[in-house]
Ligand binder design. Structure first.
Ligand code: KG4
Ligand code: ZN
Length: 369
């Protein structure tokens, strides 16, 4: 397809209001992300209602900024794309409807993009550091690890995917966020745990859910294991405090998840043990899949791909090169939506105006309209 083909892409599936202009599927003309993290931080997680409203308030300014580098403004746009799932229904609706309205008014083709697929396509984008990098060559194995998803997929071609495995409970990012909360490290948990674990001593080993003979994952048991470690530590401390009155001791022992009472050294050790467990399972299964399916490359994607230990371990263990987008393209953004959209337009795929949001849209091309 024409390497000048320029797509305006919009992403509002969760808590980032984002718009980008992508040329030829790989060149980023603009990439604007307005994060709502401050709006949600006080709740310790994402509040869907707050997210939807915030998208409405922000989208116009974000679009304006994304179009700024285009000399011809709207005239330079050849097509429009937006995420239609998976994600929060109300949040998705904002971006999808804005994209449809723009496409309709300007009589441009329009496609809806699968958010998980788009995370993988972040690996097609060119950045300054990768400006001469060739496109990934199929077959590739992709590990998508974000706040909402954890899955391994085999990509045999554009639009031809096989879901190899996925999480049976919490997503990897969700586990990071929940464990960070247990440890009193705040939100979002991924970066906080990574920071806390840096330079922490070993000595604690947490379980790994291997789920043998399957590429599936499970992280909820690990979260419970962290909780047990915190409780055990607090019970030991309470038993060791003769100077504290009996009732005070009991109070402490019965407040097992009060993370503010955990000394930083314990927090650091548990953060490290948790991170090592998650990274070990993710890296092991990804490398196994790459070998089993003869992948030419491993592609890492999603917010948790920002994790330095995960990058390091995959690179160390993988028999084939590991491609990881820069951090800003790992977390939610619209540039990746534009990249994924390009290959859908290239395959002459377009959507009609009645495309609805699909909050549970799987990574399964058969179900993509
Ligand atoms: O892909 P993303 O921006 O949003 C979703 O689509 O879910 O991913 C956000 C997730 C959060 O759970 C966050 O804690 C996690 O990515 N994350 C990390 C790191 N940076 C962000 N997890 C581990 N290590 C990091 N450095
Ligand atoms: Zn995402």
């Amino acid at each position: 397809m024409d390497t000048n083909f320029t797509i305006l892409a919009i992403e509002t599936s969760c808590d980032e209001t984002a718009a980008a202009v992508i040329r030829g599927g790989r060149t980023i003309i603009s990439n604007v992300v307005a994060s709502q993290i401050e709006e949600h931080r006080r709740y310790g997680g994402i509040v869907p209602e707050v997210a939807s409203r915030q998208h409405m308030l922000t989208i116009e300014a974000v679009l304006h900024e994304a179009l700024r580098p285009l000399p011809g403004g709207w005239n330079d746009i050849h097509a429009v794309a937006a995420t239609y799932g998976p994600g929060l229904a109300g949040a998705l609706m904002t971006g999808l409807n804005v994209a449809k309205a723009i496409a309709w008014i300007r009589e441009l083709p329009f496609v809806g993009v699968n958010h998980i697929e788009a995370h993988i396509y972040a690996n097609w984008l060119l950045t300054d550091a990768s400006s001469t990098a060739p496109e990934p060559r199929f077959p590739v194995v992709a590990l998508v690890v974000s706040g909402g998803h954890t899955l391994l997929a085999l990509l045999e071609d554009h639009g031809r995917y096989r879901l190899l495995g996925q999480t049976r409970d919490d997503a990897a990012g969700e586990a990071f966020d929940k464990v960070a909360r247990l440890l009193g490290l705040g939100f979002p948990g991924g970066p906080a745990i990574q920071r806390a674990a840096e330079g922490a001593p070993g000595g604690v080993t947490l379980p790994r859910a291997w789920l043998r003979d399957s590429y599936d994952f499970s992280f909820s048991g690990l979260k419970t294991a962290v909780l047990h470690q915190i409780r055990d530590y607090q019970a030991r401390e309470a038993a060791l405090q003769p100077s504290v009155s009996k009732s005070a001791g009991r109070r402490q022992a019965s407040a097992p998840t009060d993370a503010t009472s955990l000394p930083p050294a314990i927090v650091a050790r548990l953060a490290r043990a948790f991170q090592e467990s998650v990274v070990d399972v993710l890296a092991t299964k990804t490398v196994e899949a790459a070998r089993a399916f003869g992948a030419t490359e491993v592609l890492l994607a999603g917010g948790v791909a920002a994790n330095l230990r995960l990058r390091e371990e995959l690179q160390r263990r993988s028999p084939v090169p590991v491609r990881v987008p820069p951090v800003a393209l790992c977390t939610d953004n619209a540039a990746m939506i534009g990249a994924a959209a390009f290959y859908r337009f290239d395959a002459s795929k377009q959507n009609s105006w009645d495309l609805d949001v699909l909050p549970n849209l799987p990574l399964n091309t058969a179900q993509n309209p």
